[in-house]
Design a protein around this ligand. Structure first.
Ligand code: KMH
Ligand code: ZN
Length: 271
């Protein structure tokens, strides 16, 4: 099956002082997404920053960013409801009211580096139910094996529609380490019809992305996950990371999914 590439142009943590090519403002994010789309990305995973570049769930900034992206290209927009550790869950969950085609759903609270990532069980169930009502496809972000079980319980409670879509996030301090063993342990336990990708943070990014593609998974690329192309070589924007992922897909004799193929594979609702 063709490989869906998601671009994650900016996350909640890195700043322009870490890499000056990091897009943070709506117009910068939209430009980065457009160039990633032209290289092969069909989904854009979006975090928002305020005017001071702090993570935000501000609905006006979200609307402006979505509109700017939509004016430039037909990529599928996946809003992050993870947003950033400093933003309360109750603000983060409101982002799905904008009805993006997809949004992330983080099933469990956890330590996250030096901070805490709060995803309380009642809030997660409420958000899953609201996404179902609105037809927003959840991307289930699982950082450890127990997070997969939490998602399967949500499915069994009728709060998630199949096929489930997983991001297996490895390498977060507080989650499972970025090792091939951990990837295999989780992949073996996914439902047979699930779509999935690996998100490997930091220096294991390239190897584990290649491994995920070789195993039939999808791929994510971008400056949320890695700021360097290789040791000592900071990436100049998101496009080189997406282009490298396209080369991996092609080297494995797979094809890169179009937006229409991604919509069909993930069973996205159209509206
Ligand atoms: N960086 C974390 C707060 C998401 O996008 O939903 C986790 C995160 C997950 O970025
Ligand atoms: Zn994210």
């Amino acid at each position: 099956m063709s490989a869906i590439i998601t671009v994650a142009p900016t996350g909640p943590i890195a700043t322009k002082s870490d890499n000056p090519t990091l897009p943070t403002q709506p117009d910068e994010i939209a430009a980065a997404v457009e160039s990633a789309y032209h290289v092969g990305a069909s989904i854009a995973h979006i975090h928002l920053r305020d005017e001071q570049d702090r993570p935000t769930a501000d609905l006006d900034i979200a609307r402006r960013t979505i509109d700017l992206i939509a004016q430039r290209c037909p990529i599928l927009i996946q809003l992050s409801t993870g947003v950033g550790l400093s933003v309360p869950f109750e603000e983060r969950e409101k982002l799905v009211e904008l009805r993006p085609r997809m949004a992330t759903l983080n099933p469990c609270s956890m330590s996250f580096g030096a901070g805490e990532f709060s995803n309380p069980p009642d809030g997660v169930r409420r958000l899953a139910a609201r996404m179902q009502e609105l037809g927003v496809k959840p991307e289930l972000e699982i950082y450890d094996t127990g997070h997969l079980d939490a998602c399967l319980r949500l499915r069994d409670a009728g709060l998630l529609e199949e096929p489930l879509q997983f991001s297996i996030v490895l390498g977060v301090v507080g989650g499972a380490a970025a090792t091939a063993d951990n990837l295999m342990t989780i992949v073996r336990r996914l439902p047979a019809d699930a779509a999935w990708q690996i998100i490997a943070i930091g220096k294991a990014n390239l190897d584990l992305t290649a491994m995920g593609l070789a195993l039939g998974g999808n791929a994510r690329a971008g400056m949320e996950d890695v700021l360097y192309l290789r040791k000592g070589e900071p990436t100049r924007g998101n496009e080189p990371l997406v282009a490298r992922t396209v080369r991996l897909v092609e080297a494995l004799d797979r094809t890169v999914a179009s937006v229409a193929e991604a919509e069909a594979t993930l069973g996205l609702q159209s509206y």
